[in-house]
Design a protein around this ligand. Structure first.
Ligand SMILES: NC(=O)c1ccc[n+]([C@@H]2O[C@H](COP(=O)([O-])OP(=O)(O)OC[C@H]3O[C@@H](n4cnc5c(N)ncnc54)[C@H](O)[C@@H]3O)[C@@H](O)[C@H]2O)c1
Ligand SMILES: O=C(O)C[C@H](O)C(=O)O
Ligand SMILES: [Mg+2]
Length: 648
């Protein structure tokens, strides 16, 4: 699109926004105040633009920059969309100070988590190199602060915590202008974008614009674990509104205070964003993060064959779960090839749950011969329990219908009405279910009692779902070592704690959770190991491997290679001791290995087009060891460079 037509779009949208303000009393007041200021004072001349202004305490006004100023000073997209008055800014600051005590108490297991986050964040703003030195050297201690679980708390309190903006904001009001807005980002090259629309942040629901925190946290791991250069990462928030009623009414909220766009309008915004970023940075990789499942699958299908993108919750989680499930087989003292015999109960058929189910089924089918009947019989190893408010129920709420009838819950069978298309392949046949003593909607405890599964895996976002009754039922498992994956985040959303799992089901279980927990002291010198089953073990390596291979897309084979690499990373002895995932202190090493596996697969599939001086032909010639070396040599480390001044 030409610059000229962009300018026309920009000015027509400006007029539209001014018109809208005329009907909004608060905005009108603000506009009036702005003009009064202009009349009363001469404008200040600035010789800076863009981030340089935001980073200069003398000129910075933060969220109080008006829309016209944002346009004039190339600030558009560098601030959350809601323009605030300076009175509102002060209110927000005071509310944040007051909330500090409460937040400290709300914190995950560490009451000082949020205070630590603030200190680290200030360091990040001051000295990026030192920030990453600290993070890498103490990743075990600080990953739970900059990432899950504290990042959830940060997102929930983002309006108060917001200081210096980080990343870009594209809002529904920026339609038609994104192509020019991307040029407001100061970096000439961007390798990794993590984008969210804030619609499902961890298990905390719709947090609207505040979800930017999750994109920032994921990119911190890209730098710390994968060695992506921090000057080449870009966190993005696409603000299409929010359906969170509390945020819609909150005067301190920084995002658009309107309901979420839906349907074609929503897709048009995401399409425009994708076109804009890939136009400016054709080699960028875009990770979709924490989109509600309604859009997660559709957008993945829409873009995955044309853009270098993946969905972390669907695909990253699937790989991490596969590695853990294979680890669970090994921990039983059996070969991985026995995986297709495992009986697996999954609670939660959302974007992550369905991603895991599809990948696990395919892995089993491959082991069984990779034909149609293998795929069919693999499907019979899964029992899926979900609980959903029916879409149609929302529209008939007014018709005095029993509340209970609005929900579909429990075991999914083919009898279920309005079943999600993604869950349909996993619906149990009614006759088969009844032979097992089960029926449509059977409770999780009933399913566990009748199936006696090897694995109970939760991606439901419901804290405590693996209740005493459910865990008691798991004692009847036919496995020598039942495995419990309580994968929902953050901490309070975990389906159960490791203490509950070990104390109720027994010392011999295998336990993994999405958020970190302490190991459990089982007495007599024995430790119940708590694994962290989190997609952080894969997404950094998937991104880095894709970047260094120069593959134009991220294929199923590349994702599979990443998962297998993680599964094989753990030594036999560790696995037999119940350790199926590496500790976070090894995340840089595992990421290097995963990236190398991804590069290797991209070469094998003839997708690798090369990166910088390493062209496709050179890549083809590399041995396994050379690929690992190539990856290692391209990982950024936080060392101070020597600086030299030169006039422009
Ligand atoms: N450990 C990880 O690496 C990882 C990765 C991705 C997601 N997650 C976590 O998994 C959770 C789910 O994420 P998602 O993207 O799939 O969300 P989602 O909203 O798409 O899916 C959640 C599903 O759980 C179902 N559910 C709700 N209540 C239930 C109940 N009582 N019993 C059974 N099912 C129930 C919902 O109907 C929905 O289908 C979140 O907490 C997220 O943080 C963890
Ligand atoms: O963010 C995480 O910790 C994992 C995962 O992406 C999630 O959405 O929970
Ligand atoms: Mg996520």
């Amino acid at each position: 699109m030409s610059n000229f037509s962009n300018q026309i779009r920009a000015s027509s949208s400006l007029i539209k926004r001014l018109k809208q303000r005329m009907t909004n009393p608060a905005a009108l007041m603000q506009a009036t105040r702005h003009f009064t200021t202009l009349e009363g004072h001469r404008p200040t001349i600035v010789h800076k633009r863009s981030l340089d202004i935001l980073h200069d305490p003398w000129f910075n006004k933060g969220t109080a920059f008006s829309m016209t100023e944002r346009d004039r000073l190339d600030l558009r997209g560098l601030l959350p969309p809601n323009v605030m008055t300076s009175e509102q800014q002060i209110q927000r600051f005071k509310a944040d100070l007051k909330r500090l005590e409460v937040q400290a108490r709300d914190g995950p297991s560490d009451p000082y988590a949020l205070a630590k986050w603030r200190i680290l964040n200030r360091l990040h703003d001051r000295n990026e190199t030192m920030y990453y030195q600290v993070l890498i050297a103490h990743i075990e201690e600080y990953a739970p602060i900059v990432y899950t679980p504290t990042v959830g708390l940060v997102c929930q309190n983002y309006s108060g915590l917001f200081r210096r903006p980080r990343g870009m904001y594209f809002s529904a009001e920026d339609r038609g202008e994104m192509m020019s807005m991307v040029y407001n980002w100061p970096a000439e090259q961007v390798d990794m974008i993590v984008v969210t629309d804030g619609s499902r942040i961890l298990g905390l629901g719709d947090l609207g614009v505040q979800g930017i925190g999750i994109a920032i946290g994921k990119l911190d791991l890209y730098v710390a674990a994968a060695g992506i250069n921090p000057q080449r990462v870009l966190p993005v928030m696409i603000d299409v509104g929010t359906n969170n009623e509390k945020l819609l009414k909150d005067p301190m909220y920084l995002g658009l205070q309107e309901h979420r766009l839906d349907g074609d309008e929503y897709i048009a915004v995401i399409d425009e964003f994708m076109e804009a970023v890939f136009t400016r940075w054709p080699h960028v990789i875009v990770q979709f993060e924490d989109f509600q499942s309604k859009w997660a699958f559709k957008l993945l299908q829409r873009y995955r064959n044309t853009y270098r993108m993946f969905n972390d919750d669907v695909q990253g989680t699937a790989g991490v779960a596969i590695a853990g499930l294979l680890g669970a087989v090994r921990a039983q003292g059996r070969p991985m090839i026995d995986f297709p015999k495992q009986k697996i109960v999954v609670a939660g058929a959302g974007s992550a749950g369905i991603g895991v189910l599809n990948a696990a089924r395919k892995t089993m089918a491959r082991m069984l011969g990779n034909n149609e009947s293998a795929f069919e019989s693999a499907g019979r190893q899964f029992w899926v329990v979900d609980a959903k408010v029916r879409n149609d129920a929302l529209s008939i709420i007014g018709m005095i219908i029993e509340l209970a009838a609005l929900y579909t819950q429990g075991l999914i069978t083919e009898e279920r009405e309005n079943i999600d298309p993604e869950a349909l392949p996993f619906a149990r046949k009614v006759k088969e279910a009844s032979r097992q003593g089960l029926r449509e909607g059977a409770s999780l405890a009933e399913v566990v009692r009748e199936v006696k599964p090897d694995v109970l895996l939760g991606l439901s976002a419901v804290g405590g779902l693996f209740s005493k009754e459910v865990l008691e039922a798991l004692k009847g498992s036919t496995s020598t070592r039942p495995a419990i994956f309580a994968m929902s985040n953050p901490t309070k959303n975990a389906e159960c704690t490791p203490e509950e799992a070990f104390s109720i089901v027994g010392d011999n279980i295998l336990f993994a959770s999405g958020s970190p927990f302490q190991d459990v002291d089982l007495g007599n010198g024995h430790i119940g190991h708590c694994n962290q089953g989190n997609n952080m073990y894969l997404f950094p390596g998937i991104g880095l491997g894709t970047l260094l291979s120069g593959s134009r897309i991220i294929s199923d084979g590349m994702l599979q290679a990443a998962a297998e690499c993680l599964a094989e990373y753990m030594a036999e002895e560790e696995v037999l001791n119940g350790i199926i995932y590496p500790s976070t202190s090894r995340i840089r090493d595992i990421t290097k290995e995963v990236a190398a596996a991804v590069v290797k697969e991209a070469i094998k599939e003839d997708l690798a087009e090369g990166y910088r001086e390493m062209d496709a032909r050179e890549l083809q010639k590399l041995s396994q060891e050379e690929i690992v070396e190539y990856v290692k040599n391209n990982m950024w480390s936080p060392d101070y460079p020597t600086l030299v001044f030169r006039r422009d």
